[in-house]
Design a binder for this molecule. Structure first.
Ligand SMILES: [Zn+2]
Length: 399
């Protein structure tokens, strides 16, 4: 494998990326929420159940416009967009919005499975000549050791491959990785942390207020363009972002009592941004994140887009990508991975066909329609496509 000081991979992750961990896709999200609300075994507390009810009440009200407008109210992004717009027009108070944000975070919390809990595990082998280097790379016990093979949760395997942990050290020094994600969940964040890499959220030029997070060790940019289930923004001064070690739904009371170190009020609100609406309200808080995403896309040599349907409602990202690519002179590969079981996949392929210049499309674009799980967890196709995983032999499969 040829080493290059400019080997910069940018991964763009959408809902399809987290699906393997149990996160619902956009259009079956509310079905999941309803299931959690109605089934007492999920243990929703009374005030949590009330918030879920508030969202469904808003949905029922909106459904009355069905005979006039066609909108998919079961799609959480569409519904969230409507809630947000309605709040700004003063048609409903903050309550519905807060309830929607809470429902999203809580549904993700209940739906996302922990590693080892029905999540798939990748087994892989190491080339004999790299045994010793791999042993050193694995000294913190990142990977499970078996009989001449190693194992890892699919997301840890993916993160390790992406970050170059499966490459020999001289090569590792020449590569850079960044993640841009639209997902609120912590699936990637957790996988990186288990590999002893801290997600660098790039929230502000000065560091954000953190609560209980480790501050040293290797980091990797994780740019969450729509916010995150462990971020809060001060509802009073609007100038402080709080980063928690866990989702705010894990301990809602602790979250409520966190004090802003700028205005000294206890008024943090979850920082989740509806994708389908303009982002001006969040501009100040999120600008460093978007600026970094733009900078990464501009210098990327490979861009790998996983499970992101580029919804028509999120024109913002399409423009960001187009603008960045127009200034990118070193892009050698654009790889898209989606699942052909998703109804949107054929139209997604058409959208890329229309977006990309024909010559670039022919030489440098690949569209893989067998999904994240198959692309990364079987055979060495991902290794070849990404130019990563130098130490690995070709035997990669699911246990
Ligand atoms: Zn404040």
């Amino acid at each position: 494998m040829e080493s290059s000081p400019h080997d910069r991979n940018v991964f763009i992750l959408g809902a399809g990326f987290s699906a393997q961990a149990g996160a619902p896709l956009l259009d079956d999200f509310l079905d999941k929420s309803r299931e959690f609300k109605d089934d007492p075994s999920f243990g929703l507390e009374a005030d949590e159940r009330q918030r879920f009810e508030d969202v469904f009440k808003f949905r029922r009200e909106m459904a009355q416009s069905r005979d006039k407008v066609r909108i998919d109210l079961d799609n959480i992004e569409e519904l969230f967009g409507l809630v947000e717009l309605s709040r700004r027009l003063g048609r409903n108070n903050e309550k519905t919005r807060d309830a929607t944000v809470y429902l999203i975070a809580k549904t993700l919390e209940l739906a996302v499975k922990a590693p080892g809990n029905g999540r798939r595990e990748v087994v892989f082998n190491v080339k004999p000549e790299h045994n010793e280097e791999f042993r050193v790379a694995n000294q913190h016990g990142r990977f499970k050791v078996g009989n001449a093979v190693f194992g890892a949760d699919i997301y840890e395997y993916f993160a390790a491959l992406a970050c170059g942990l499966l490459d020999v050290p001289p090569r590792r020094a020449t590569i850079a990785t960044a993640f841009i994600t639209f997902n609120y969940d912590l699936v990637l964040d957790r996988a990186l942390q288990r590999l002893q890499i801290q997600p660098d959220y790039q929230l502000t030029a000065s560091s954000p207020q953190t609560s209980g997070l480790p501050e040293s060790g290797p980091t990797c940019p994780v740019l969450k363009l729509h916010g995150s289930a462990n971020w809060g923004v001060c509802g009073k001064c609007g100038k402080r972002v709080l980063v928690l070690p866990d989702k705010f739904t894990d301990s809602p009371r602790d979250f409520r009592f966190q004090e802003c170190d700028r205005c000294h009020k206890q008024s943090f609100q979850p920082l989740l941004i509806p994708p389908s609406w303009d982002k001006s309200e969040y501009y100040l808080m999120m600008r460093p994140v978007w600026t970094k995403a733009f900078a990464e896309l501009k210098v990327a040599t490979r861009i790998c887009i996983i499970g992101y349907s580029m919804p028509q409602s999120d024109m913002f990202f399409k423009y960001l990508l187009t603008l960045a690519l127009s200034q990118n002179h070193g892009l050698s590969r654009l790889i898209v991975i989606d699942h052909n079981a998703n109804t949107h996949t054929s139209s997604l392929r058409e959208r890329y066909d229309q977006l990309l210049d024909p010559v670039f499309h022919k030489r440098r674009f690949t569209f893989n329609d067998d999904g994240f799980e198959m692309f990364f967890g079987s055979g060495d196709r991902a290794l070849r496509a990404l130019g990563r995983g130098e130490m690995l032999g070709g035997n990669i499969s699911y246990r």
